[in-house]
Design a protein around this ligand. Structure first.
Ligand code: BTN
Length: 267
């Protein structure tokens, strides 16, 4: 894939810009739109996503995957892995993943991912993967303050508790770079995506993903619309479903149907 980066100081939403280009037939695979701030950033489930000036990465890529339409949601998991690797590469911080796609640093979430698809009877017209990463410190709204963290805050925490670094003995930076994180994410993504296009499943990232799974072999509360219940999270399988154990029996749950929480809190 050829990655072409375009940068706007201010935009409504980087996902929207890819959609506008896509509607004009002008969103080639690998086109990346990033912005210093978004005036109408969007999150999952119709929520707004706050992107104040120059404190976060707000970035989206256009894709034309050849996989079956029902496999497109797997791209969100690939994007999560790309972010986790980028955080480790650029900041040296240990990352974990809360299934399906929350990247956790020091027990808190650093990023959000919104994948959208435009399709017709003829198939997929384009997909946009949008990623927001908290880079510099900012005040978070009270409802997410105990769950969200920026990479700068995590670097500050790690300076006091070096076990948060992958290689505590090495020297570390004290501030993250928006541009470096942005570019590293898409480099990683391109690598994982090429493999995914061949297999259509997540076998290419599975081992690395599961080694980062924060709830692995731990108790979780499964938030099933028919009623929450407790289980042990085992691993993600190559379709992206979570394998859990309930009363000694294994079953899989899908991220479209349920979410999971730690028994003691967010992770
Ligand atoms: C979430 O709700 O967790 C997903 C948030 C996704 C935010 C990113 S920021 C870049 C891109 N543009 C948007 O409008 N949203 C995504």
């Amino acid at each position: 894939m050829k990655i072409v980066h375009e940068y706007y100081e201010v935009i409504d939403s980087t996902n929207n810009e890819i959609k506008r280009r896509g509607a004009e037939g002008n969103a080639p695979e690998g086109l990346v739109i990033s912005a210093g701030s978004q005036t109408a950033g969007r999150g999952r489930s119709g929520h707004a996503w706050d992107s104040p000036v120059n404190v976060s990465v707000a970035t989206s890529m256009a894709l034309h995957p050849t996989v079956a339409m029902e496999h497109v949601p797997r791209l969100t998991l690939i994007a999560a892995m790309a972010v986790a690797s980028a955080v480790e590469q650029t900041c040296g911080l240990k990352t974990q993943i809360k299934w399906p796609n929350d990247i956790i640093v020091n027990q808190k979430k650093v990023c959000g991912i919104l994948t959208e698809m435009s399709a017709s009877k003829g198939g997929i017209s384009y997909v946009v993967v949008g990623i927001g990463v908290n880079i510099h410190k900012q005040p978070y709204p009270p409802e997410i303050a105990d769950k969200a963290i920026s990479l700068d805050q995590a670097l500050e925490d790690a300076a006091k508790d070096p076990s948060l670094f992958l290689h505590p003995e090495e020297p570390h930076r004290d501030r993250a770079s928006r541009k470096e994180v942005d570019y590293a994410i898409w480099e990683n993504f391109a690598r994982y995506y090429d493999e995914f296009q061949k297999t259509e499943d997540l076998s290419g990232i599975l081992e690395e993903y599961n080694s980062r799974l924060v709830n692995r072999n731990r108790g979780v509360r499964v938030m099933d619309p028919r009623g929450p219940y407790e289980a042990v999270a085992v691993e993600m399988d190559k379709t992206g479903a979570l394998v859990i154990e309930v009363n000694g029996e294994r079953k899989t749950v899908d991220s479209g149907e349920v979410s999971v929480r730690g028994l003691l809190g967010y992770v």
